[in-house]
Design a protein. Structure first.
Length: 170
């Protein structure tokens, strides 16, 4: 929420919204458009079904109680969504698969849409150092890692903003 308040982004992409909590947090200030994109196709039926039901319930409640009005959910394969994507991205949050290959591919696929001063967030970079952590380290921007919640990697060409995030404790 701090980051959204600070940047006032037009477009946020939350890849892997799972139960919807990060999507709601990005949308909380009702700034711009927040696109929660998930596929819910990997894993066993019960866990993915539970996550999708939970996401819709959480996001519906957030909308019903007027916490957010700017969420757009897209359910489908990331490659299909990408074919029709045209918006420039201010904040890209990658929190779907934790393997090196998946995290790297998501970054490579979506990075052409990043604005010059965009922020890239990758979750679980400390929990999966050889997976998503390694992919994060290869992003060609200055970066920091916040250690809470299994490691949140933050990358941007805006070094001043990274320093502000570091000082704020984000």
């Amino acid at each position: 929420m701090w980051l959204v308040h600070r940047l006032r982004p037009n477009t946020i992409v939350d890849l892997g919204f799972d139960r919807g909590l990060s999507t709601i947090a990005f949308a909380y200030r009702n700034r711009g458009h927040v696109f929660g994109i998930d596929w819910f196709e990997d894993g066993n039926y019960a866990p993915k079904s539970y996550a999708l039901d939970s996401a819709f319930r959480n996001i519906s409640n957030a909308i019903r109680f007027n916490y957010v009005k700017n969420i757009h959910l897209i359910i489908g394969p990331f490659s299909y969504v990408l074919k029709n994507w045209r918006r420039r991205i201010d904040i890209l949050h990658i929190d779907w698969a934790h393997s090196y290959r998946s995290a790297k591919q998501h970054y490579l696929n979506w990075s052409p849409f990043l604005k010059n001063d965009a922020i890239v967030l990758m979750h679980d970079v400390l929990a999966y150092p050889e997976g998503v952590g390694r992919a994060f380290q290869e992003i060609p921007f200055p970066k920091i890692v916040l250690p809470h919640n299994f490691g949140l990697g933050i990358a941007s060409s805006n070094v001043q903003l990274l320093e502000e995030i570091r000082r704020s404790g984000f």
